[in-house]
Design a protein around this ligand. Structure first.
Ligand code: SF4
Length: 343
């Protein structure tokens, strides 16, 4: 088996809560609490979950925007989470990010040409100024913006166009992996679809891997290979898109999916309304973190934390229901089989 491009093992990020004049630590926010996943070269993995579940913290931890509390991050087989800054630099080039807000992620005092030239210069990718100019023009072509717009300022573009510039800036470093952190969430529906199509095309053309962080399952359905679902700092389910959408193996995924429209005319999912709010990551519930909202919770769920384990080839779920006989497991069986066939 080939080495994954990105491997995250038991990643933890606990933010200390400080109080008082001396700033003593009074507790922790358990933002990410022991998650593992991998992304193959050229693959898209979507990390989904409600706001505050820790998914954006995962992206920032991979990019080394802060130190992690525990675990490991490996890029192409090399551990990068404890790498000194000087050694990390070439690895950083291989991982780029596109943020949610195209308005604030571009420097308003730089013209597009300079925004795109900056990473090319920083990583020493251009042979000379003619090569630099050519690379900037090629990037504009790649994201389907006119070449002559390189002299304009960010405020002269629409939201979707600015996000194209953000994508071009990420591509300028010639990365292997792009982390898209809610990259289309702030856009109108039609613009969202255009940016998703662009990302898909770029992925095919350039063999990029994408970590697509989103709260919106309907969007990831159109572009991802696999989905990892996060709840309160933990991954609760990982599966290929088709299997996860057709036959979820975790009650939280089932609830999230119940709000996503089914493409087949006349078909619909039974809507699952979750009770209550997401508990605080400062004091997560004992046992299964989802038990305070789970419609199927039973005694064991309040005591034992379920491990993420394989229920079918390539399909992982963290739920005690899978230890029960199939007749007592509402997520077992072939209820999704018909949908898998159509999906
Ligand atoms: Fe629900 Fe229990 Fe499964 Fe958690 S372990 S998701 S509470 S059934």
């Amino acid at each position: 088996m080939s080495t994954p491009l990105l491997e995250v093992n038991d990643l933890k990020k606990h933010f200390p809560i400080r109080a008082g004049f001396l700033g003593g630590v009074t507790g922790h926010v358990y933002a990410v609490d022991g998650i593992s996943f991998s992304i193959a070269k050229g693959e898209t993995l979507s990390l989904v979950g409600e706001s505050g579940c820790g998914k954006s913290t995962v992206g920032k931890a991979i990019l080394r925007l802060f130190d992690i509390t525990g675990g490991q991050v490996m890029l192409d087989g090399t551990r990068i989470d404890d790498m000194p800054a000087a050694t990390l630099r070439p690895m950083r080039r291989r991982m780029q990010v596109v943020f949610q807000d195209p308005y604030s992620s571009l420097n308003p005092r730089m013209r597009v040409r300079d925004i795109l030239a900056e990473p090319i210069r920083n990583f020493g990718l251009a042979k000379d100024s003619a090569d630099l100019e050519k690379r900037v023009g090629d990037l504009m072509d790649r994201v389907r913006l006119p070449r002559d717009a390189v002299g304009r300022w960010p405020h002269e573009f629409s939201g979707g166009q600015r996000q194209r510039i953000g994508i071009a800036r990420a591509l300028a470093a010639e990365p292997d992996l792009i982390i898209c952190d809610e990259a289309v969430s702030a856009l109108d529906v039609s613009v969202k679809a255009q940016i998703v199509n662009l990302l898909q095309d770029l992925q095919k053309d350039l063999g990029l891997a994408l970590l697509f962080i989103s709260h919106d399952l309907a969007i990831v359905e159109h572009m991802t290979h696999r989905v990892a679902v996060m709840y309160l700092g933990k991954i609760v389910e990982v599966a290929p898109k088709r299997e996860l959408f057709a036959a979820p193996k975790h009650p939280y995924t089932e609830a999230l999916l119940s709000a996503v429209p089914v493409p087949e005319p006349g078909a619909q999912r039974e809507r699952v309304i979750l009770k209550g709010d997401v508990p605080s990551p400062i004091n997560p519930p004992k046992g299964c973190r989802f038990h305070t909202r789970c419609p199927y919770a039973f005694d064991r769920c309040r005591q034992d934390e379920p491990a993420l384990r394989q229920t079918e080839p390539g399909h992982w779920s963290a739920c005690h229901l899978h230890d029960r006989p199939a007749a007592e497991n509402p997520l077992a069986g072939a209820k999704g089989a018909a949908l898998i066939a159509k999906h």
